[in-house]
Design a protein around this ligand. Structure first.
Ligand SMILES: [Zn+2]
Length: 148
């Protein structure tokens, strides 16, 4: 895995599957795509069978580039919500954890608010990731009040 030396963006994803876990993602990414590890840096549980609702899971270490957003893997950290947010709405627990980790990483790496984005705001406009029910404007509003 290549080293991640410069973190400019925080990118939010969803896994697209209700019943999912960091281990399942790791296996899919390894076996189906040939990657060395889970492609995401962090994942957030949804409470459906395999993960705790709102629990933050550390996956790929931050000093390695992830495999999640074409063209941005060498300059971003990734956080993936377990679940499909085209179909479901995120719970408060999940949003609290998401805003918490994004706020902490924005502070740690001095990332400006407009570079905290959903996957589909970058290079994948045909996809809905992180899901139609994830309102990135609302999430940025919450984070920007905390960063002041
Ligand atoms: Zn994505």
């Amino acid at each position: 895995m290549d080293k991640l030396e410069n973190i400019e963006y925080l990118v939010v994803h969803h896994t697209g599957r209700k019943y999912d876990s960091p281990t399942f993602v790791k296996l899919r990414h390894k076996l189906l795509r040939g990657w060395e590890n889970n492609g995401y840096h962090y994942m957030i549980g949804n409470g459906a069978l395999f993960t705790e609702e709102g629990e933050l899971y550390a996956c790929r270490p931050e000093y390695y580039q992830g495999a999640h957003t074409k063209g941005y893997n060498d300059k971003s950290l990734s956080v993936s919500l377990i679940g499909n947010y085209d179909k479901a709405a995120p719970t408060n627990e999940q949003l609290i954890t998401l805003c918490g980790v994004l706020t902490n990483k924005a502070r740690e790496y001095n990332i400006s608010i407009e570079k905290i984005v959903g996957h589909n705001e970058l290079n994948n406009h045909e996809k809905t990731c992180p899901g139609k029910n994830i309102d990135m404007n609302q999430i940025r509003d919450i984070i920007s009040t905390r960063l002041k």
